[in-house]
Write a protein that binds this ligand. Structure first.
Ligand code: NAD
Length: 286
C-alpha cells in the first residue's frame, strides 16, 4: 500500500465518520474512532458493524474481510487515544465552535509533529481550523461523500497554509482507500456542492413558483437528462436542513442570489419537513 499514513484516527462516528472508519479498516489500516463519550462510541461501533453486514449481504464484501476490518477498528470516548496516529480525520457535527475545539485539542494530543489533521467539513473554511492549531501546514480538507463506502470521490482542500507535502500525503492515502481525488480551493461548497446546490435551489424555485410540480421537475431530469435521481428527490435524500445550511454558507461567502435559500425551503425546514428522514419533504415517504 502506497501510503505512509497507516495509523488513522477518526473523530465523530456518525453517518460520515463511521463510513470513513469503515473504508480505512477495509483498506487494511489500523483505525481508532473517537466519539463524544463511551455510549456514543458504542453506537458508532454498531453503525460500522451494520454497514459491514449490509456489504456482505449485498455481495460487495466477503465475510472474512468484514471480520478482518472489524478487528482493525477500535472505538473510544477519549481523544487521548489518538495520540499515536499519523492522520486524524475530523467528522463531528458541522459547527465551527465544536470543530475549532476539536482541532485545538488534537494539536496538543497527537504526538508526531509530522502527523496530519484533516477535516471532512462541507462548509467551514479549512483555514479557520488550521489556525486553531500550531500546524496549519499539516491541516487539510478531506471531503468524503455519503455513503462513504459506496461513493468513490474525495475532494482534497488545501488552505493558504497547507504544505504541498500534506496534499500529496493525503492524496496517496485517498488512493489507498480506492478513492478518486479532485482538488479544490478553500472556498465554500468546494467543487461538488458549489455546482449541485444552486441546481437544487433552482428546482425548489420552480416548484415554489408553480412553474412545474415537484413530481414533474424530478421526472423531467430523470427521463430527459438520464439523472438517476431528480433534484427534489435528491434534496429530500440529502435533508432539506442540510441543503439550506450549505446554501446559507455559499450565500454568505459569495453573496450571489443563485445561492440564496428560497423562502419555501426555509419554511419547510421551519416546519420540520426535512425530506426522507422525517417522512415528508417535496415527496412523501412511508
Ligand atoms: P452526524 O450528526 O451523523 O455525526 C456527527 C457525530 O459527531 C455524532 O455521532 C456526534 O456524537 C459526534 N460528535 C459531536 N461532537 C463530538 C466531539 N466533540 N467529539 C467526538 N464526536 C463528536 O453528522 P455527519 O452527517 O456524519 O456529518 C459529519 C461531518 O461531515 C460534518 O462536518 C458534515 O458537514 C460533513 N459531511 C456530511 C455529509 C453528509 O452527507 N451527511 C457529506 C459530506 C460531509
Amino acid at each position: 500500500m502506497n501510503t505512509s499514513l497507516r495509523r488513522i484516527g477518526v473523530v465523530g462516528g456518525g453517518r460520515m465518520g463511521a463510513g470513513i472508519a469503515e473504508v480505512c479498516a477495509r483498506a487494511g489500516l489500523d483505525t481508532v474512532v473517537c466519539e463524544a463519550d463511551a455510549t456514543a462510541a458504542h453506537a458508532a461501533r454498531d453503525r460500522v458493524t451494520a454497514s459491514l453486514a449490509r456489504a456482505v449481504e449485498k455481495g460487495r464484501l466477503d465475510r472474512a474481510s468484514a471480520e478482518d476490518a472489524l478487528d482493525r477498528l477500535a472505538f473510544t470516548g477519549s481523544l487521548d487515544e489518538l495520540a499515536d496516529r499519523h492522520l486524524v480525520i475530523e467528522a463531528v457535527v458541522e459547527n465551527p465552535e465544536v470543530k475549532t475545539e476539536v482541532f485545538a485539542a488534537l494539536d496538543k494530543i497527537v504526538e508526531d509533529p509530522g502527523a496530519i489533521l484533516a477535516t471532512n467539513t462541507s462548509s467551514i473554511p479549512v483555514m479557520r481550523l488550521g489556525m486553531a492549531t500550531r500546524r496549519a501546514d499539516r491541516v487539510v480538507g478531506l471531503h468524503f461523500f455519503n455513503p462513504v463506502p459506496v461513493l468513490p470521490l474525495v475532494e482534497v482542500v488545501a488552505s493558504l497554509h497547507t504544505a504541498p507535502q500534506t496534499v500529496t500525503a493525503v492524496e496517496d492515502f485517498a488512493a489507498a482507500l480506492g478513492k478518486s481525488v479532485v482538488r479544490s480551493k478553500d472556498r465554500a461548497g468546494f467543487v461538488v456542492n458549489a455546482l449541485l446546490v444552486p441546481y437544487l435551489l433552482s428546482a425548489v424555485r420552480m416548484a415554489e413558483s408553480g412553474f412545474a410540480t415537484a413530481a414533474d421537475v424530478d421526472a423531467a431530469m430523470e427521463l430527459g437528462c438520464a439523472h438517476p435521481t431528480g433534484p427534489l428527490k435528491l434534496a429530500d435524500l440529502i435533508g432539506l436542513d442540510t441543503v439550506a445550511s450549505i446554501a446559507e454558507s455559499l450565500y454568505e461567502e459569495f453573496k450571489e442570489p443563485l445561492y440564496a435559500p428560497p423562502p419555501l425551503l426555509q419554511r419547510m425546514v421551519q416546519a420540520g419537513l426535512l425530506g426522507r428522514k422525517t417522512g415528508r419533504g417535496f415527496h412523501v415517504y412511508d
